[in-house]
Design a protein around this ligand. Structure first.
Ligand code: MN
Length: 264
């Protein structure tokens, strides 16, 4: 089995965004000299979603960030992920996402997010919301999907705190998150992990919903800027799937794709 050192070497070598010489206080506070770490759930069926998500983050970021795709095949090679895929897992990162604190060496803050996001604002504004007292922070959706399938027809389950785990700021150095070892992530149930049952409720901080704006669920209120999405989450399926080409906010994703492909 590969040790954490191999993994961190692998993570460090994959595509760091270099930082200029003026290290900001905020980066030091986050225990991270290179940039704020963002782990993005990667699924081979949605490669273009990942690329556009990454592009949208980098384009608007005014702080140094490092983006790492969480690829199940790589984690398996490194020996940190070995559980069998269950029928209810709609993506390859259903469980591997919970390795985020481990992948960040249990240091500082790091974010996990699905790949089906489009960023519309500067992630610095999200990082500025970090509350050091929390073990994690996320958008606490009150969300019970009516749909029973998503993406290419994979059956979905409904459970409390659904979608909370799709974008999480992890206080990787928090003692409670030490329990998220590869051993635990490989054996615990979906309910335990997605409901954050290694934590007490008051250790879970709240982020405004506009940072995980669920297409088909959340709504923009005209004239109310606090409802304008900062990060759109195409949770039902995005325009990279034929059947979702015309979904709400699909035009924004498609124009971002065009810009990405032009290589701007
Ligand atoms: Mn998603």
């Amino acid at each position: 089995m590969a040790g954490a050192a191999d993994l961190h070497r692998s993570v460090k070598n994959s595509d760091p965004i270099s930082m200029n010489s003026s290290h900001s206080d905020e980066i030091h506070r986050n225990g991270n000299a290179k940039g704020f770490k963002i782990f993005v759930g990667y699924d081979p069926r949605e490669d273009i979603a990942y690329e556009v998500c990454r592009y949208s983050l980098l384009k608007r970021a005014s702080i140094p960030i490092e983006i790492f795709p969480i690829k199940q095949s790589e984690l398996r090679e490194l020996g940190v992920y070995w559980r069998e895929r269950g029928k209810l897992e709609s993506t390859e990162f259903s469980f591997s996402r919970f390795l985020t604190p481990y992948l960040a060496n249990y240091e500082g803050w790091a974010m996990f997010m699905d790949c089906d996001f489009l960023y519309l604002d500067d992630i610095k504004k999200l990082v500025d919301l970090i509350d050091e007292r929390c073990a994690i922070m996320c958008v606490q959706h009150d969300y019970t999907p009516k749909e029973t399938t998503k993406m290419d027809g994979v059956v979905q389950t409904v459970y409390p705190r659904k979608n909370w785990s799709s974008m999480v700021l992890y206080n990787c150095g928090h003692p409670k998150n030490r329990s998220l070892t590869p051993e635990l992530v490989n054996k615990e149930t979906g309910a335990f992990l997605h409901r954050f049952q290694w934590l007490d409720d008051d250790e879970i901080g709240e982020i405004p919903f506009v940072w995980n704006f669920l297409v088909g669920h959340n709504r923009v209120v005209e004239g109310d800027e606090s409802t304008f999405p900062k990060a759109i989450h195409y949770t039902l399926g995005g325009p990279w799937f034929k059947e979702w080409k015309d979904c709400e906010f699909g035009d924004l994703w498609l124009s971002e794709l065009e810009e990405f492909q032009k290589g701007d």
